[in-house]
Write a protein that binds this ligand. Structure first.
Ligand code: 5GP
Length: 231
């Protein structure tokens, strides 16, 4: 299969007929790739979690790129052109939000905060407003509104889903892509790499912050997220 794109932790191949294969590698990175390691089994854990969640969203009426999980670490997906806008939703203040603004760590937001970022390692994914996104030619105002609406719906579905698994959905990052027909669908992955998850009872961090902050037991917690998501 022809390689279409090699990212920091995933490789995308053209599988023909308008579909693609995403291979989840065992790499883990932070700080736009400044910190990088390999953790055995991580690729398959994230692929399986993403498959389950994308499938769940699809069955709740969210259009996604997901077609099929290919064991152990690949997803078959619709081929899309990724819109270079990251959509970040925050239910609880932490991470870059409390570094950039005087929010209190752990403060909850109801309704949640939605931010747009320009997907660019070179510029470190800066937050953009609608005027900047449009002037950069990233997408249209209608696209931004559509992505925000879908993101809020995804949050309602996933907050509920994770709550039942004893997990608080703190925040997450989504990416969207355009199909050949011009439809915008949810793309990329939904995993402990792209979400913050806190254990409802213990407050344990169960996501990539364990790697970012050298907290240890990264794979053990990713496995625990997978166990609960699949249970
Ligand atoms: P923050 O802006 O606080 O660093 O991140 C907010 C949320 O979005 C977190 O769940 C984080 O994992 C996710 N996120 C933001 N930017 C990126 C990114 O470039 N890559 C990944 N994997 N996740 C991101």
């Amino acid at each position: 299969m022809k390689e279409l794109y090699k990212g920091k932790v995933k490789t995308v191949y053209d599988s023909g007929g308008g579909s693609a294969i995403i291979e989840f590698r065992d790499d883990i990175t932070a700080g736009d790739g400044a910190k990088k390691e390999t953790k055995s089994g991580k690729g398959s854990i994230n692929a399986e979690i993403s498959a389950k969640i994308l499938n769940l969203l699809e069955s709740s009426g969210v259009k996604t790129h997901f077609l099929e999980f290919i064991e152990p670490n690949k997803l078959s997906v619709k081929k899309v052109e990724i819109i270079p806008v990251e959509v970040i939703l925050r239910n609880i203040a932490t991470g870059s939000l409390v570094r950039r603004y005087p929010f209190r760590e752990g403060q909850t937001f109801d309704p949640p905060i939605v931010e747009f970022g320009y997907k660019s390692d070179r510029y470190h994914d800066p937050m953009v407003n609608d005027d900047i996104a449009i002037s950069l030619g990233l997408c249209s105002i209608e696209d931004l509104e559509y992505m925000k609406g879908v993101t809020l719906k995804i949050n309602r579905l996933l907050k509920d889903f994770f709550e039942k698994k004893g997990i608080i959905l703190v925040d997450f990052k989504l990416e969207f892509g355009r199909t050949d027909d011009g439809d915008i669908v949810l793309a990329d992955e939904i995993s402990p790499d792209t979400c913050r998850f806190w254990d409802k009872d213990t407050g344990d961090v169960m996501d990539k912050d364990r790697f970012r902050k050298d907290m240890g037991s990264v794979i053990e917690f990713y496995k625990e997220v997978r166990r609960r998501v699949l249970s």
